[in-house]
Design a protein around this ligand. Sequence first.
Ligand code: SF4
Length: 258
Amino acid sequence: MGGFLFDDIIFGPVKSRRLGVSLGVNLLPTDYKFCSFNCIYCECGWTDESHKKVVLPSRNDIQERLESVLTLRKENQLPIDSITFAGNGEPTLHPDFAEIIEDTIQLRNLYFPEAIITVLSNASIIHNSKIIGALLKVDKNILKLDAGTEATFQAINQPKGNLKLHQVVDYLKKFEGKLIIQTLFVQGFNQHKGINNTNEEEVNAWLKLVQEIQPESVILYPIERETPENTIHKIDIQMLNSIAEKVQEIGFKTEVFY
Ligand code: SF4
């Protein structure tokens, strides 16, 4: 399955329940996904490893495209609520990510100072202090944590290289609470192995990690669209709500998007 790809650097805006009128910024290629994970539920499809030389949009192109869209929206009195870094893969893989965030803050302040800047990241390369510094400057730093155990992390997120869950947790702790955890709960199979981050053992292990990380809040959600692995399924709302209750019981603000 090919998956859905954004075909431009700037996309939308889309009306998001989480972020309001959200103008997307895609720092990745427009014709394939570039990511350090290969999540079994990824809406962009499987991570394509065949590209030897990945071509990313330049910092200048991104700045110019963003400014032209913001100028047009300002002239037409069409405000936005969020400039959101998402797109076809992992935004922090762009080598100029920190500088692009600086540019975006300046443009936001100039055109729509009331808008927030949001980054959705899988937290896989945030050991880099420049990236941590950039993420600390954005208004919503939303970072992925889909598992409480190593086996489930490997099964759901399929990280590249030798990345381990404890490393991701260590990275997340470096934000000292200035982050939002985002977790997708899912059940099913992948290559005949069971996938389930919703059972008691997994949820308890994940809750322990949430306590260690101490995020501002936690976002829970299920599969929403078509997935590359079609043997996984959307969990029901009652199950998601019952996990949300457990997060609230340990003292964290929680939002469920179903
Ligand atoms: S981290 Fe995001 S972009 Fe990367 S594979 Fe997972 S869902 Fe897809």
